[in-house]
Design a protein around this ligand. Structure first.
Ligand SMILES: Cc1ncc(C[n+]2csc(CCOP(=O)(O)OP(=O)(O)O)c2C)c(N)n1
Ligand SMILES: [Mg+2]
Length: 702
């Protein structure tokens, strides 16, 4: 059930404040923060109208609940996932108006992003304010992971996480995934929903069934839901204090539904007169948190009007000086556009990741060596956790003594839970966005999550987290935050898995700046590249071809516990002089077979096959060296042909190696359709050895 915190009457308010430990100075300090936030919005609005800044969005109407939230929290101890309206929260946590004006100006010295993000995308590593993106609702899953990470790292401490959003963002699926998981894991998160009645122009009754998010979640097992007038500071403080105490005591998540107002339009790009009546705005103005708090302080004789006026003038003067300085501050250097896309301290392409194999034992299949590498890295790093759908041996631990254990639908994670316990290897609900989102949050506080998406075909719910959150985090926070997680994903066809168990699509990810993409073709490479992925400091998408898991031809002896292969270093799968095939994954072996066939029929010709191993970064030097030698080239992949990975490589060859070419550059890839179930269909759709032979013959004859 939802607990409604009724606001104190004007007669009771002072007594309630005192009972909460809010002395007059504390109340006046809260007022000052609220007023600073409002006046800062007003100053920015002026600057935007003067075209001195490029964007403005205000926190007006939300100040009371935000200051209350900031006052009950411990900056630098608790963690915060604010959203764009949280100006007053961030001021209360200690960010300065000057830093916010630097953001508005887009200055190089903007501590949140160095001029990379729009204003109000708060980020402050010192105060644990995690850089926010612009996507509504993506912070929820990360906040749950952050809370899980804090509990993992500091089990005896009472740290909490506060995640904020508007009421509109609660319609996002990720909100529900987050509530679901926070309840399952009893995560110490306060979901602070600031309900101003609108999501841009869409009113709450069009957004939320029944018009109240707290009513909707009231029966979630394990969730404490509170409803409060978020425009009333004293009521808000009482609600936030209760919420924080509940969370700190370890009872689990809380949702605070705070009713705010929105006196200004959504942003300066919006004009609310096109969808709100004058009357509605006038009625709402009576509840404005600054108006009502001013009245309270005056009525109770806690401050004189002249003193309030003096305070406002003082804040105005200081903001004027701050804005002048911010506008004079240097802009970002355009030459820094690529800085902080990846870690600058750990370079996975470097020689440090080039360690020799020390093979021991009998040859083992790729699946076994991936499993072994995961175990070795978990032994080495006690902050490494593995989770995903079905990855644990057995969620019901009591059954473990009687059953063999699942350990993944392909068994790649078999035995991890048995060896490292349920704290370090555990199942997740079927919720891909939250698998990646939670991993991002865990990594932000220092864990090393290596998660599994069960099939590549089902990675798409996580795409928002991967593209808009994970890959951009370091860049957009100007190196303030990063999340070096590994996402392992079984991928690919050639086993009658049809359209939903066969897809490739790696090119959708190689197109994402900030993300490393790896695609091994054999057991030894899989071990060496996975270790590099885990030990490097960038987010990595690690693609494991399902058909290659148990093949015999690509087996290898265990290459040693420190064996690593650097990213961006291709392998010559077969040397040759007459023609180059650039490929990766399951097509490597097909290309080698095709090459042998062609060579048998053309004794004076030899074909070189390059296995790229990593797709971003990729080994341009290896491609260049080979093409300059052979002057003929095919790019081959299992993913579909058009707009594909091959198109990029071919374009670069045409651009930079044009004078080395003696024949057109060719591509061999899947047809531009879905993978069919029947073997005849699948064989036609996916690239086969015969397709490669045919194209090689063409090029050799050119
Ligand atoms: C995923 C996503 N969809 C759409 C948008 C565009 N957008 C930005 S703010 C907003 C409304 C959010 O409303 P609400 O959650 O109620 O917060 P409020 O702005 O009212 O505080 C929308 C639709 C976005 N930023 N992200
Ligand atoms: Mg709203």
């Amino acid at each position: 059930m939802t607990t409604t915190f009724t606001s104190p009457t004007s007669n009771e308010r002072l007594a309630v404040a005192q009972s909460l430990g809010l002395e007059p100075e504390g109340l006046i300090q809260a007022y000052r923060l609220m007023q600073t936030s409002r006046l800062l919005d007003d100053r920015e609005i002026l600057l935007k109208r003067q075209n001195k800044i490029y964007f403005q969005i205000s926190g007006a109407g939300h100040e009371a609940i935000q200051v209350a939230a900031g006052l009950i929290a411990k900056p630098g101890y608790d963690w915060f996932y604010p959203y764009y309206r949280d100006r007053a929260l961030c001021l209360t946590l200690g960010m300065t108006p000057f830093s916010m004006l630097l953001q508005a100006a887009g200055a190089a010295a903007d501590p949140s992003s160095g001029g990379r993000q729009m204003p109000n995308h708060w980020s402050d590593p010192e105060r644990n304010i995690v850089a926010s993106s612009s996507a509504t609702g993506t912070q929820f899953t990360q906040s749950v992971g952050c809370a899980e990470g804090l509990r993992f790292l500091y089990p005896t401490e009472d740290r909490i996480v506060i995640a904020c959003s508007g009421e509109g963002a609660t319609s996002e699926g990720e909100f529900w995934e987050s509530i679901n998981h926070a309840c399952l894991s009893h995560a110490p998160v306060i979901f602070l929903i600031q309900d101003n009645g609108y999501a841009i122009s869409v009113p709450v009754e069009t957004q939320t069934p029944g018009g109240s998010i707290s009513k909707l979640v009231g029966n979630f097992p394990g969730l404490f839901a509170l409803e409060v007038d978020g425009a009333d500071f004293v009521a808000s403080y009482r609600a936030m204090r209760t919420a924080a105490a509940y969370c700190r005591e370890g009872h689990g998540p809380v949702l605070v539904h705070a009713h705010c107002t929105r006196p200004y339009s959504h942003s300066l790009a919006d004009d609310d007169r096109s969808y709100r009546t004058k009357r509605e705005k006038e009625d709402e103005a009576d509840r404005d948190p600054l108006t009502t708090f001013t009245r309270f302080l005056l009525d109770e004789g806690l401050i004189e009007r002249t003193e309030l006026d003096r305070m406002a003038r003082e804040i105005q003067d200081s903001l004027y000086e701050d804005s002048k300085r911010a506008l004079e501050s240097a802009p970002p250097d355009p030459e820094t556009a690529l800085l902080h896309l990846y870690s600058e301290s750990i370079e996975p392409t470097s020689a440090a990741f080039d360690t020799p194999a020390e093979p021991t034992g009998a040859p083992r299949v790729m699946l076994d060596l991936i499993n072994e590498t995961l175990k070795e890295e978990m032994r080495r790093n006690d902050r490494m956790v593995v989770f995903g759908e079905d990855v644990a041996d057995c969620s019901r631990e009591g059954n473990m003594c009687e059953v063999k254990g699942k350990g993944g639908v392909f068994k790649v994670t078999a035995g991890l839970q048995a060896e490292f316990g349920s704290r370090r290897c555990f199942n997740s609900p079927i919720a891909e966005a939250s698998i990646v989102g939670r991993a991002i949050g865990m990594a932000t506080v220092g864990l090393k999550p290596v998660v599994e998406i069960q099939f590549f075909d089902y990675i798409w719910p996580a795409m928002m987290q991967i593209r808009d959150e994970l890959a951009s985090l370091r860049w957009r926070s100007n190196n303030g935050f990063s999340s070096a997680i590994v996402i392992r994903v079984p991928i690919g066809g050639y086993f009658n898995g049809a359209v939903y168990h066969s897809q490739c699509g790696e090119v959708e990810f190689t197109h994402i700046p900030g993300l490393r993409v790896v695609f091994p073709s054999n057991a030894e490479d899989a071990a060496g590249l996975l270790r590099t992925a885990i030990r490097c400091d960038d987010p990595v998408l690690f693609l494991e071809h399902k058909k290659l898991y148990r093949e015999m031809y690509n087996r290898s002896a265990h290459p040693g516990e420190n064996f690593m292969i650097p990213f961006g270093k291709a392998r010559i799968a077969k040397p040759g002089d007459s023609l180059t095939v650039i490929t990766y994954g399951a097509v490597v072996q097909k290309a080698v077979q095709a090459a042998l066939d062609v060579e048998k029929r053309n004794p004076d010709k030899t074909v070189e096959v390059i296995d790229l191993r990593t797709l971003n970064p990729y080994d341009w030097e290896a491609i260049k060296t080979s093409v300059e030698k052979t002057n003929r080239v095919i790019v081959a992949h299992e993913d579909t042909l058009s707009f594909g990975y091959g198109a990029e490589i071919v374009a670069r060859i045409a651009d930079e190696l044009f004078t080395s070419l003696d024949a057109p550059v060719k591509r061999v890839a899947a047809m531009d359709t879905w993978v069919g179930y029947h073997p005849a269909l699948e064989a036609k759709i996916l690239p086969q050895t015969d397709d490669l032979i045919r194209t090689m013959d063409q090029l050799i004859a050119w």
